[in-house]
Ligand binder design. Sequence first.
Ligand code: Q9C
Ligand code: ZN
Length: 347
Amino acid sequence: MLTFYNEQHSLHAGQAEMYRGALVPCFEKPERADFVLSELQRRNLGQIVIPQCVPLMSLERIHSQRYLEFLRHAWPEWVALDPANATRDALPSVWPVRTLRSDLEPVNFSAKMGLYSMDSGTPLTSGTWVAAKAGADCAVNAAHALRLGERGTFALTRPPGHHAGSDFFGGYCFLNNAALAAQHLLDDGARRVAILDIDYHHGNGTQSIFYERNDVLFISIHGDPRTEFPFYLGHADETGQGAGLGFNVNIPLPVGTGSATWLMALETACLRITANKVDALVVSLGVDTFAGDPISGFQLQSADYLRIGERIGTMALPTAFVFEGGYAVNEIGVNVVNVLEGFETAP
Ligand code: Q9C
Ligand code: ZN
């Protein structure tokens, strides 16, 4: 298993997120990737390499130019408003909901923050752009390595990506790493790709990016959006649109779901992928399905992650794992590496 990792992820270190009416320490913190890295090294799961930088044009395959422009310049703009902002993260607080215009880019900085975001839980910091770009590099490199013949690769990235849409951030995500990986596979010659999203939260960004396309099959197993973030997408009746009809599969499960039910959902998802004859697979690998996760409601145990990796490996597809959520930091290394080891040892 070839792992792509760039230590610049740690430049994105938010101070606080809005949570139940208060600013609380960010759940999505640099230690998450550090713990996964040390467990990878401890268990000797293969080489860890620094990714090559990909051109901004690769990001424009998925994200809008004006959104990328905004992200690159957001921090200096924020600090220009007030030098004291250098010690504070930027958080959005106003959004263009129904009836308000989102076609015009406002001049005001907080208005732009709202135009390009979906929640107040995702602080933008001095290092956000550099960290997110380094993460996107990891994802595209992990995809490219499959084209060069690797069987399985891992993009050990943060901030995560699957909530980010073509022109908005949110849910701790800024650039959609899984979407960038899938698009790179297609641009390099794959005819059809599947994205299997097993993070606890629905991958609304990834779904929306590919919703009208038939070259990317998106399948997600997640907490029911009627009660779980991101709330406004991820229902079972969302099956794709136009040419994409039938290429979007949502499997929402109730809070409290345990290993047996979750693994049955994985079986359903894997059968759908196999039936679709794809050339490669991208896995949005979140481990916030773990019983001990502080913000999520499933009950998976650490040993389950070995079975999950094995089942994914059994599909025998070139597979790029892209790191997403998981906030039980003490167990995050074991849980992630269990998936990767299960994949490697699949029969
Ligand atoms: N403020 C991922 O796992 N907030 N994102 C939930 C705490 C959003 C999770 C409530 C959770 C987003 C990649
Ligand atoms: Zn999640």
